[in-house]
Design a protein around this ligand. Structure first.
Ligand code: ZN
Length: 150
């Protein structure tokens, strides 16, 4: 059992079985549950069993587990509910315990409309237009390539 559980964290309480959740699938390091405020039927959350606010601070093993569970649960959702695809969003801001949203998505549903609206923002503001010019893209790519991850 992971050692740094946070008593005030709802996801840690769910991991320990001290709070209710509709558990869908799990392994030693990660757990998938139904979201209690679903965006769509079958909307799941996949959480690490260790209390870590941001998914990119997980260990390599935890990350492999987390996204392995995401893949299995996405395939379950596809088979059971037949959405167009499963949208993935990683959060941790509102509840500071990393959680991956798996949201079954159909053309024209609220999530689809949200991302379509977001595309409008990508092309509009000057600061974002500047990000897309070739020099800026080359600088950003070089910046990211030069970061070494152990
Ligand atoms: Zn937690």
């Amino acid at each position: 059992m992971p050692d740094n559980l946070d008593n005030n964290c709802i996801f840690c309480r769910i991991v320990r079985g001290q709070a209710e959740a509709h558990r869908i699938h799990e392994d030693e390091l990660s757990l998938a549950i139904l979201d209690i405020n679903p965006y769509a039927k079958g909307h799941c959350l996949v959480i690490p069993k260790r209390h870590v606010p941001w998914w990119h601070d997980l260990t390599k093993e935890e990350t492999e587990s987390l996204f392995g569970i995401c893949r299995t649960v996405a395939q379950k959702i596809m088979k059971a509910l037949h959405p167009d695809f499963i949208c993935v969003i990683a959060r941790g801001r509102r509840i500071p315990h990393a959680h991956i949203f798996l949201v079954p998505t159909h053309k024209g549903d609220p999530l689809d409309r949200f991302f379509n609206a977001l595309e409008g923002f990508q092309e509009a503001p000057r600061s974002l237009v500047d990000l897309a010019d070739e020099k800026s893209m080359q600088e950003t790519a070089a910046l990211l390539r030069n970061i070494i991850i152990e």
